[in-house]
Design a protein around this ligand. Structure first.
Ligand SMILES: Nc1nc2c(ncn2[C@@H]2O[C@H](COP(=O)(O)OP(=O)(O)OP(=O)(O)O)[C@@H](O)[C@H]2O)c(=O)[nH]1
Ligand SMILES: [Mg+2]
Length: 244
């Protein structure tokens, strides 16, 4: 069991089939775990249809209701670790994350604890986003980088991959972030652990099908959470490292 892609879904019916065919095209050996929060649009049916022909590599974790991206990922990570995968990848379901980058992610995990798909390094970018969406995202990453004093260019992006051993050492059970701040928290914890993180340029494409779950609450959570992370995690990991 090598490479598992964990994909949280909420009402992504139209995206499931093209996403899985893209993954199979570029990284045929990858397994896929969908973590669905009881979508109302038949997303689970679309996943189960694929599973009927592919019991070996497509899996579905059903959850009772919409509880946010962070909780879905934590459930998916726990499943991945229980099943003994060596590498764990995070990816959105809405085709914003192009599966063509997966072979590069896999390759880079040979020499790095974590790989960050980055819109904000040379060669990376965003297609078809409104100027204000780009501004929120660009500002969000710079804000987190500045406050947390951490040299990561794309803090909020959700296309990342981890060596399972490194991921499992991040005290996942104590993570409380829900939306974008979940991505910030994970990367910050890995940085504090002094893990090697490699940013690979990706071009992010705006979703074409389904509805965005981005909300003002998610942005506000991230703005405040960064300060909380700085306070709570910095002292926690410094203490941990001194003790060792
Ligand atoms: N299981 C679960 N998945 C979620 C939840 N919220 C968002 N997702 C999924 O997380 C991924 C990212 O969410 P998006 O809505 O695409 O967020 P975004 O990329 O910032 O915004 P847009 O691309 O504009 O839609 C997608 O695969 C969503 O289906 C949730 O509460 N539970
Ligand atoms: Mg999206």
């Amino acid at each position: 069991m090598e490479f598992l892609i964990v994909i949280p879904t909420y009402n992504e019916f139209d995206n499931i089939e093209p996403l899985v065919s893209g993954i199979k095209k570029y990284l045929p050996s990858a397994h896929v775990l969908f973590v669905d929060d009881n979508s109302a649009d038949g997303t689970q049916n679309a996943i189960e249809k694929l599973m009927a022909n592919d019991k070996e590599s497509v899996f579905l974790l059903k959850r009772p209701g919409k509880a946010g991206l962070g909780k879905a990922y934590l459930a998916g990570f726990a499943w991945a670790l229980e099943h003994g995968y060596k590498y764990i990848c995070q990816m959105d379901a809405d085709l914003s994350h192009n599966p063509k980058y997966l072979p590069m992610f896999r390759e880079s995990l040979n020499s790095h604890h974590g790989v960050i798909g980055s819109r904000y390094v040379g060669g990376g970018g965003v297609l078809n986003w409104s100027w204000y969406r780009l501004l929120i995202s660009r500002f969000g990453s710079l804000y987190a980088r500045f406050i947390l004093k951490t040299p990561i260019n794309d803090f909020t992006g959700g296309f990342n991959a981890w060596q399972a051993a490194a991921l499992s050492s991040l005290d996942l059970l104590s993570i409380t972030s829900e939306g974008y701040s979940f991505q910030i928290e994970l990367k910050y914890r890995a940085f504090l652990k002094k893990y090697s993180l490699h940013e690979i340029p990706i071009v992010f494409e705006e979703r074409r099908a389904g509805q965005s779950k981005m909300s003002l609450n998610i942005v506000i959570e991230a703005i405040f959470k960064v300060w909380e992370l700085k306070r709570s995690l910095k002292s926690f990991y410094t203490r941990d490292q001194v003790a060792r």
